[in-house]
Design a protein around this ligand. Structure first.
Ligand code: GLN
Length: 490
């Protein structure tokens, strides 16, 4: 088995027992990226020299017998809407094509201080708006399990970097499903923590009340170690929580006997869910029963309004957050203009892509004096109803199970209508509206791809998600990601 095929936890163990060095690990992943990224397109930029420097530093520490952090010397990829000081952070937009970060995001600062090896920045939909990376100014990331299909979005490059074995762990962001949906498409795990669990300082804001940084990995232990590394209170983020953090690794391998798993049947039976996905979800429910979990049917009718509420609240917040990209303070500036008014209009017209413009227009519309009550205020009310519905459900269950997405990854050439692409998020957005943690876990095979389930727990109970997912993956068996991407010889 090659080093790049191993999980972060396996590599960390080998590093500690001095079987291998961080340089060897890092070089293995760099070679893998060089060999495969032309075909898969996970990265917008790489920083191999810096990565090697960090690896050397960690190796020296180990040689001197110093105590190192759990993920020291382990390579990782980071979504390109998270800022690294002195390096390009583009949000996959022409607007920020040449933007260089002036500080490290808190998560980056944490990773750097723990000696984690950052390999590069991954592709996304422009400003994290989308389900496929097709709205990226640069390229579309391909699905490593089938290169003719999308990797999902918006954190598609992060997900494809894991399934193509270019990195064992990736950091992404999730506003309405952008970690869980691409994780599902690429057959890997994706965890969106509780809102406030991980600092958003240095994450380019999309919907500030919905955004949360989280992680992708091949198994639950790696996710737990990553969460340990990035979570915690941060004075630089006013919404960051002071709730004490757990040792998330302690939940790995625990029994789920007697745990109450609520299944939202209306979502499993939703007409948008295709037959193969539905069968895979039902099989996973049966497996959880075998593990001793108690399955409880749930009715949560309020969740069916989540998509409407989300596509009002999110554009409203996005339109306000994106106002800063005006060609003066940040971003692309048009070369020719006569008046200052024209400069703003031209800079923003040239710098933003179609989907971003659509959201700005919708956002301004729902916030405008004449429509605020009719749309924005109503959506906020719905958000409260959705939160209440979860609070009631968690009185009787530990976690809530639904599909993550209605279907497997679609073909790159398929041009979905706006509404169809928004509907892909029907099962993921409710957790963002309520601020709850959610995980997507790959289930059985569907052709070359995988089905998946989503689990949502109450606030700050990520441990429960990791407990169920680690027990489930033991029963399901390890997934082997193909060295030859999507059958192609690369
Ligand atoms: N697909 C959703 C959207 O386009 C979610 C995006 C996200 O989570 N960043 O808004």
């Amino acid at each position: 088995m090659k080093l790049y095929q191993k999980t972060a936890s396996e590599l960390a163990r080998m590093l500690r027992s001095k079987e291998i060095s961080s340089i060897e690990i890092t070089e293995s992943f760099i070679e893998r990226i060089e060999k495969t990224d032309g075909a898969v397109g996970s990265f917008i930029s790489t920083r191999f020299d810096e990565a090697i420097k960090t690896a050397k530093m960690v190796d020296e520490k180990i040689a001197q017998g110093e105590v190192i952090s759990a993920l020291s010397g382990i390579p990782i990829s980071v979504k390109d809407n998270i800022i690294l000081k002195g390096e390009k952070t583009t949000a996959a937009s022409k607007m920020l094509e040449n933007y260089v970060g002036v500080y490290d995001a808190t998560v980056v600062e944490k990773l750097k201080s723990q000696g984690v090896v950052i390999l590069g920045k991954t592709n996304l939909d422009e400003f994290a708006m989308g389900v496929s990376t097709k709205t990226s100014y640069f390229k579309t990331s391909k699905n490593p399990l089938d290169l003719s299909r999308v990797a999902g979005g918006s954190s598609g490059g992060s997900a494809s970097s894991i399934a193509s074995l270019q990195a064992p762990i990736s950091i992404g962001s999730d506003t309405g499903g952008s970690i869980r949906q691409p994780a599902s498409y690429c057959g890997i795990l994706g965890l969106k923590p509780t809102y406030g669990r991980v600092s958003r300082y240095g994450l380019m804001a999309l919907g500030s009340s919905l955004d949360q940084i989280g992680a992708f990995a091949k198994n639950s232990e790696d996710l737990a170690l990553t969460l340990n590394a990035i979570c915690g209170h941060d004075v630089k983020d006013a919404t960051s929580s002071k709730t004490p953090t757990n040792d998330f690794a302690s939940f790995i391998g625990e029994s789920v006997k007697g745990m109450k798993v609520g299944v939202v049947s209306s979502m499993v039976n939703d007409p948008h869910v295709n037959d193969a996905m539905k069968a895979s979800v039902i099989e996973a429910i049966e497996n959880l029963k075998l593990l001793g979990a108690e399955i409880i049917e749930l009715e949560m009718p309020a969740l069916k309004y989540a998509i409407e509420a989300y596509y009002i609240i999110q554009p409203a917040e996005a339109s306000s957050n994106l106002a800063r990209y005006d060609g003066i303070r940040y971003g692309h500036r048009a070369e020719q203009f006569d008046t200052i008014q024209q400069m703003y209009v031209k800079s923003r017209s040239e710098g933003f892509g179609k989907e971003v413009k659509r959201r700005i227009m919708v956002g301004n519309y729902v916030l405008s004096a004449g429509f605020y009550d009719a749309y924005y205020k109503k959506a906020l009310k719905l958000r409260e109803v959705i939160k209440e519905s979860y609070a009631n459900a968690f009185k009787s269950v530990d976690v809530i199970l639904t599909p993550t997405v209605p279907n497997v990854a679609f073909k790159c050439e398929e041009n979905l209508s706006v509404v169809d692409s928004y509907l892909i998020d029907i099962f993921t957005v409710p957790a963002n509206l309520a601020g709850l943690p959610g995980i997507s876990i790959p289930t059985g095979k569907i052709g070359n791809l995988y089905g998946s389930i989503q689990l949502v727990s109450n606030n700050f109970e990520e441990g429960k998600l990791l407990k169920v997912s680690s027990a489930y993956e033991k029963l399901r068996g390890v997934i082997h990601y193909p060295e030859n991407l999507g059958g192609a010889n690369v």
